[in-house]
Design a protein around this ligand. Structure first.
Ligand SMILES: NC(=O)c1ccc[n+]([C@@H]2O[C@H](COP(=O)([O-])OP(=O)(O)OC[C@H]3O[C@@H](n4cnc5c(N)ncnc54)[C@H](O)[C@@H]3O)[C@@H](O)[C@H]2O)c1
Length: 363
C-alpha cells in the first residue's frame, strides 16, 4: 500500500474520559482542521458533561460502538493500559490513525502487535510522550544539538513521589490491567525524556530492581486520585530502579516511584553530564519556571546558567503533530517505533528485576 494524503478536516473519536482522554479532547478542540465526532467512556455523567461542554455529537459507553462508525479518520486511546492493544488493533483494522496514550501497551508482545498492525494498515501510530514537549526539555534539546554539552556520558532520570499510588484499588495497581507500576507508568515518561535528549542511543544492557514495600502494606496511596476501576489488589511495584548501559559507553540511571519515604512530592527530572558541560532539569510538582540549570565553565570559572523558560506545549504539541502527520501523508514514517522501543526497555527492566541480574537488551 502506498502513502496517501488526507484532505479535509480530520474526524476524530476519543476513547477514555479520564485525564488522558479529557486532555486530548481539549487539545483537539483548539485545532481548526479537526472535528471531534465521538467520545466513549464508562462514566455516564462525565460522558454527558464532556459531550455538552465540548459540543461532541455522538457519545458511547463502549469503545466498540465508537469504532463501528464509518465516518471517523482517527482515534485517541486513553483507556487503561490492558485495553490499548485491543482498541488500537480494532481501530487500525478499520483503517483509522491511532494516537495511543503511553505506554504503547501493557506488554511488549502487545506493543509489537500494534506496531505490526499499523505497518500493515499503513496508518499513523503515535504514542503520547507529552513531557518531552515541555519548555525546559526543548531548550535543553536545542542546546545539546548545538554540541554545547560535548559528549554526554552519564545521565540520570527520575520521577519520584511521596504518596502518589494512583488510587487504592484502581486499574493502575493491577498487574493484569496496568502491566506494571511506576516503571511502566512514570518511568516510561522520563525514559522518553532522557532518550530524546541523548539522541536515541542504542541500549546494550539493563540491570533493574523493583520493590513494593509501601503499596503492599497499604500505604503511599493518593487518596484524592479519581482513577477508574475499583477493588483491585496491589500487585505491582511502588519503586523501580534501573542501570542502563548505552552504546558509545554512556550510562543511564533510571528511578521511578509512586511512593517513597522521601522529600519528593511529585517530582521528576533529568541530569546530564557531558565532556563540555552538564545540565539538570528539576521539576517539582509539575513546575515549569526556573527548572533548568546548565553547568559550564565561563572564563575558566565553574558557572551556572538559568535559561528563561516558557511552559511549553506538552499535549498540544503531541496532538498537533499527530494531526499534521495525518494530513501531510508519509504515514509509513510514523508507526510507533519510539513507543515500541520504550516498551522494550521497560520490559527488559521487569525481566532483569525478576531474574535478579543484568539482561542483555534484545537478546
Ligand atoms: N500522558 C500523560 O500525561 C498521561 C496522564 C495520565 C494518564 N495517561 C495514560 O492514559 C491512559 C488512561 O489513564 P487515565 O489516568 O485517564 O485513567 P482513568 O482511569 O482516569 O480513565 C480511563 C478511562 O477509560 C474508560 N474505559 C475503560 N474501559 C472502557 C471501555 N471498554 N470502553 C470505553 N472506555 C473505557 C473509562 O471509562 C475511563 O473513562 C493510561 O494509559 C495512562 O497511562 C497519560
Amino acid at each position: 500500500m502506498t502513502d496517501t494524503q488526507h484532505t479535509g478536516p480530520v474526524r476524530v473519536g476519543i476513547i477514555g474520559l479520564g485525564f488522558g482522554g479529557e486532555t486530548a479532547l481539549k487539545c483537539y478542540k483548539q485545532l481548526p482542521n479537526v472535528e471531534v465526532v465521538a467520545l466513549a467512556g464508562l462514566e455516564e455523567e462525565k460522558l454527558k458533561y464532556l459531550g455538552e461542554t465540548y459540543n461532541v455529537p455522538y457519545l458511547y459507553r463502549y469503545y466498540e460502538e465508537l469504532l463501528a462508525r464509518d465516518d471517523i479518520d482517527a482515534v485517541s486511546i486513553a483507556v487503561p493500559n490492558f485495553l490499548h492493544a485491543p482498541v488500537a488493533l480494532a481501530a487500525l483494522e478499520r483503517g483509522l490513525h491511532v494516537l495511543c496514550e503511553k505506554p504503547l501497551a501493557d506488554t511488549v508482545a502487545n506493543a509489537e502487535l500494534i506496531v505490526q498492525a499499523a505497518t500493515r494498515a499503513n496508518r499513523v501510530l503515535q504514542v503520547v510522550f507529552n513531557h518531552r514537549e515541555r519548555g525546559d526539555i526543548q531548550v535543553l534539546k536545542r542546546y545539546i544539538d548545538e554540541g554545547k554539552l560535548g559528549q554526554v556520558y552519564y545521565a540520570k532520570a527520575h520521577w519520584m513521589r511521596r504518596r502518589g499510588i494512583p488510587g487504592a484499588g484502581s486499574w493502575f495497581v493491577s498487574k493484569k490491567m496496568a502491566g506494571g507500576g511506576p516503571l511502566i507508568d512514570l518511568g516510561v515518561h522520563v525514559l522518553d525524556m532522557a532518550l530524546y535528549l541523548l539522541g536515541e542511543p542504542e541500549v546494550l544492557t539493563v540491570s533493574a530492581m523493583t520493590y513494593g514495600h509501601l503499596g503492599s502494606s497499604g500505604t503511599g496511596f493518593d487518596l484524592h486520585a479519581t482513577k477508574s476501576g475499583g477493588g483491585n489488589a496491589f500487585e505491582v511495584e511502588d519503586l523501580g530502579t534501573a542501570f542502563i548501559r548505552l552504546g558509545n559507553g554512556a550510562t543511564l540511571l533510571l528511578e521511578s516511584s509512586w511512593a517513597t519515604h522521601s522529600n519528593a512530592r511529585d517530582d521528576f527530572g533529568v541530569t546530564l553530564y557531558g565532556t563540555e558541560g552538564g545540565a539538570e532539569i528539576k521539576v517539582e510538582n509539575y513546575s515549569w519556571e526556573d527548572t533548568l540549570r546548565i553547568y559550564t565553565d565561563i572564563a575558566g570559572v565553574p558557572s551556572e546558567i538559568k535559561p528563561r523558560l516558557s511552559r511549553g506545549e506538552a499535549h498540544m504539541a503531541v496532538i498537533r503533530r499527530f494531526i499534521n502527520n495525518i494530513t501531510e501523508g508519509n504515514w509509513s514514517l510514523h508507526i510507533g517505533t519510539e513507543g515500541l522501543r520504550r516498551s522494550r526497555i521497560v520490559d527488559a527492566c521487569y525481566a532483569s528485576a525478576k531474574q535478579g541480574r543484568e539482561v542483555v537488551f534484545g537478546a
